[in-house]
Each structure stands twice: as C-alpha cells, then as structure tokens.
Write a protein that binds this ligand. Structure first.
Ligand code: ADP
Ligand code: MG
Length: 320
C-alpha cells in the first residue's frame, strides 16, 4: 500500500477510540475493555463485501454507515447498548480520499451511536469490511429469540418493505421517481438501528429479532427458538405510504414479508403488556404495530383481515 499500514491506522482510525470503558484502545495487540459486574457483554459481527452487500463504486461514507448500523441493529434486537467496535478492513489500495471519507462517516456515526473504535485489522485485497460490535445489557435482561410464549402478540417497529425495494436502485432501470430513489438510498445505506426501542422493550417484550432476512424468515427464527409458530394478519403490515404510491400492493406486500434489509425489530410480548405497549405507541414513544400472535403450531401462517389463510411465497434471503 502507498500509505504505510501503520501510518494509515494512526491517521484515520485512532481518533475514533474515545469512549466509556476503554482501558486500552487502538495500538496494542489487544484492546482492554472494562465490563461492569452487573452487565453482560453482547457481541456481534457482520461482514460486507463489495459487489455482494453493496455495489462496486458505492460511496465510502455510505459503506461505513451501513456496516456500522447493521451491527448496531443486532445489538438493538437484544436490548443492548453499544459501547465498542473493531473494524477489519480489506482495501484494494490505500487511497487517501476514500479513506478520509470513510473514516469521517464512521466517526460521525460512532459519535451519534456512542461507540468507540478499539481495534481492528487492515489488509490489502478486494474491498470488504467486517465490523464487530460490542455492547452491554443488564445481566439477565437481554432480549433473545427464545422467550416467546404461545398467545403472545407479535409486533414490528417502523415500516416494512423499503429495504427490499431499495435493491431496485441497483438494477439497470430503476423504476422509481427521483424523490423515492433518494429515500430508498437513505433506507439502504443509513438504516436507523432501533436501539432506543430495544432498551425500552427489555421490560416489555418476551423475544425479539431484527429483520435482516425478511419478516417471515425472522419471525420464523423466533418461532423455532421458542418452540412455537406464528400467525400474522397481512392487512396490519405497516407499509410506507410514499412507497405504496409508486408500486403495486402485491409487490409491496411481497417486499414487506420476504424482503430483508429493513433492520426493524420484530418482537413478541405477553397480552398483559398490550395496554402498556399501546400507550407507548399512542404517545409516539414507540413506533410499532401489532401484526399477529404466537401459536403452539410451528411455522408462520399468513391471514387476511377476515382471518382467512393466504398462501404466500416465502423465501427469506439466504446466502447459500
Ligand atoms: P497485530 O499484528 O498485533 O494484530 P496490527 O499491526 O494488525 O496488530 O494492528 C496494530 C493496531 O492497530 C492494533 O491495535 C489493531 O487493533 C489496530 N488496527 C489495525 N487495523 C485497524 C483498523 N482498520 N481500525 C482500527 N484499528 C486497527
Ligand atoms: Mg499482535
């Protein structure tokens, strides 16, 4: 690499390391992090590969933000709060303009979400990056996929389908008008991790997952982990009006249940929490919609507004 590896790390990545609990950050063989006795460390890692998870030629700032946020979304799903992350970066060349834009966006998001860069690895090769994110949850209080009970309500935060719709940005003839394209670009590269909601739900939800593979697939994971199944009412799916305006109801429903990349939370909660959740929703503190319930029978079934079964094509995203 033109820029020496160590100079590169010093120049671009040592400034992002200020944070709570960092006893020793970037620059030694390991970082040393202080985990309070009453907390558990939540750890997750996600890899983004150029040409697979984002198009070749994507803006460096966009890549940085997406990589950080998809990891933050996993912490959100556990009700954990971000603290630290590591970055394994593989670069075709040490291009300073690229690195500067990448590091600036990473620094901005790290600041916004209160997490510090404490280490990593830098290598030469085809563009790819892995971020390992670490957060804290009060001991024994993290949300998992396994806590749902039969009869629990099923909710999703925000709206669904935009993540899948955004993939249309990368086909040669994107069918959307400019304003919609802009919103989808933002939805793809800067998904908003539901961290605040995750923390709020620690006391209210019985299980949670973030929607990265599609609602049916991810709710299916809660079902499998909890030894249950689920039914959802398709007429209750939260869909963005701005997207409904430019595509068919059928297409949007398909994106909403099968498309991944929404990074909303799907969670279950006992019916006793319903009043409290409805109050949070009504006050605007929690953007969520009740869409169904957990059942003793395995599998996820779709119903229409009259509770008639609807057959849907259900293929979540799978890499292999
Ligand atoms: P080692 O050879 O001991 O693994 P390296 O030479 O790879 O260490 O890295 C030197 C220091 O720089 C380490 O503290 C490492 O965590 C950090 N580092 C390397 N690459 C990055 C990066 N992309 N972002 C943040 N820190 C990095
Ligand atoms: Mg070493």
């Amino acid at each position: 690499m033109a820029l020496n590896e160590f100079a590169l790390i010093r120049q671009y990545f040592t400034g992002l390391g200020e944070g709570r609990g960092v006893a020793l950050g970037v620059g030694d063989d390991c970082a040393l992090l202080d985990v309070p006795d009453d907390r558990q460390l939540a750890v997750t890692v996600d890899t983004l590969v150029a040409g697979v998870h984002f198009p070749d030629g994507a803006a460096p700032g966009d890549i940085a933000r997406r990589a950080l946020r998809v990891n933050l979304s996993d912490l959100a799903a556990m009700g954990a709060e971000p603290r630290w992350f590591t970055l394994a970066l593989t670069l075709p060349a040490a291009e300073e303009a690229w690195l500067e834009a990448f590091a600036a966006a990473l620094a901005e998001d790290a600041q916004q979400f209160q997490c510090a860069l404490v280490g990593g690895d830098t290598t030469a090769g085809p563009l790819a990056l892995s971020i390992q994110m670490m957060g804290l949850a009060p001991r024994g209080q993290a949300l998992t996929r396994a806590g749902a009970r039969a009869g629990d309500d099923v909710y999703v935060t925000g709206s669904l389908g935009e993540g899948a719709a955004a993939l249309q940005l990368f086909v040669p003839e994107c069918p959307f008008p400019e304003a919609v394209t802009r919103q989808l670009h933002a939805r793809f590269y800067t998904p908003m991790p539901r961290l605040r909601e995750g923390v709020l739900l620690r006391q209210l939800a019985s299980a949670a997952i973030d929607i990265s593979d599609g609602l049916l697939a991810d709710l299916g994971h809660i079902g499998e982990s909890s030894g249950l199944g689920a039914e959802i009412d398709l007429s209750q799916l939260p869909l963005a009006p701005w997207l409904s305006a430019v595509t068919s109801a059928e297409q949007l429903q398909h994106w909403a249940i099968n498309g991944g990349d929404d990074y909303e939370l799907c969670f279950t909660a006992p019916t006793e929490s319903r009043a409290q959740l409805q109050a949070l929703i009504a006050s605007g503190e929690l953007a969520a919609t009740r869409i169904g319930c957990m059942t003793p029978e395995p599998g996820v079934r779709c119903l229409d507004a009259k509770r008639r079964p609807v057959t849907v094509d259900s293929a979540g995203y799978q890499h292999f």
